[in-house]
Design a protein around this ligand. Sequence first.
Ligand code: MN3
Length: 201
Amino acid sequence: MANYKVDDLAYAYDALVPTIDEETMHLHHDKHHHAYVNNLNNAIEGLDVSDDIVELLQNVDQVPEDKRQAVINNGGGHYNHTLFWESMIPGGASEPQGELASAINNAFGSFDNFKSEFEAKGAGQFGSGWAWLVLDNDELKVVSTPNQNNPVMDGLTPLLGNDVWEHAYYLTYKNARPNYLKAWWDVVNWDVVAKRYEAAK
Ligand code: MN3
């Protein structure tokens, strides 16, 4: 029987200050993420589903219809937030290196162009959602998804995702989502993104 859980953060709740404040990290990880996982476990109770979240999302069509939207919302919420926490590090490298850097330059023209496109996707996502760097076959793309929808459900491989729900940024940035998107680059863990790229390409 699948039973999902929230991993502890690999860094302190105040480690990403000033980019992300400590109270936001507590609320976001301990309340929001835990709620998605509790709701996911409730939705799949008694069902024979995968205990691998990627498999579960890729095969969400096989979940009974009355539970499917709950699994999309909360399973997506679990996957997205797990990837999000792992995508950040205090004092990380300021830009990608090596093969990933070349691939980003080839796909977007430059690292700065990539950042602009990603920020525009995040700022342009109406309401709640996510901005993503994904691998679509061998092609790097920037996309956005509404709510807790997820590129995995569209057959894409997420390499990096930023949460643009208000709960992710409102205490520090208020309504200025673009400022959050711009500041967020300071805490991106490009080594982890490069590992995801290496594994997926
Ligand atoms: Mn969130």
